[in-house]
Design a protein around this ligand. Sequence first.
Ligand code: ZN
Length: 183
Amino acid sequence: MTSTYDPRMLPLAAFARSGEQLSGSTPIADLPRLYAQSVDAAHEMDAHFSVSGSERFDATGHPQVWLHASGQCQLTLECQRCLRPARVGLAFERDFRFVANEALAAVEDEASDEDVLVFARQFDLMELVEDELLMAMPLVPMHETCPEIPRFSVVDPDFDAAAPESVNPFAVLAHFKRTSPKD
Ligand SMILES: [Zn+2]
């Protein structure tokens, strides 16, 4: 299906009523808050998203706007075990229901399985995708299996010259403390 919707200015009510689906991708560089998390920004590619709209009726017969949205991307984060760049997959899939104002959203979000957002005539879907991908970020990013830690090398040239065979014990300790798992 060819869609003419602009994901930055999605006409929510019409989109929901149509029941259409909108999929696409956007460069991660265009999602600045997510992009800022990358430790390898130059190599970040696209985030992919897909959203479908529906209009449902509440108990009193009032139409409600719903979106079902999903998205995913790969982002390079610093592995908290080995401190090297790790490609981490981020993904979400959620239902969103729109209400008239912030107060209603706050109350109903607590009591609902779906996320409750404030209705906007022109909705910025990319902002939502970015929010959700940020929330999908792991608190402690790590490689599933860390690449082998390279052999330690002394960086202080004076120390090197004085004792070429030894290793700076403080640097070793610092390195060990950073890479040693807590458990
Ligand atoms: Zn690692």
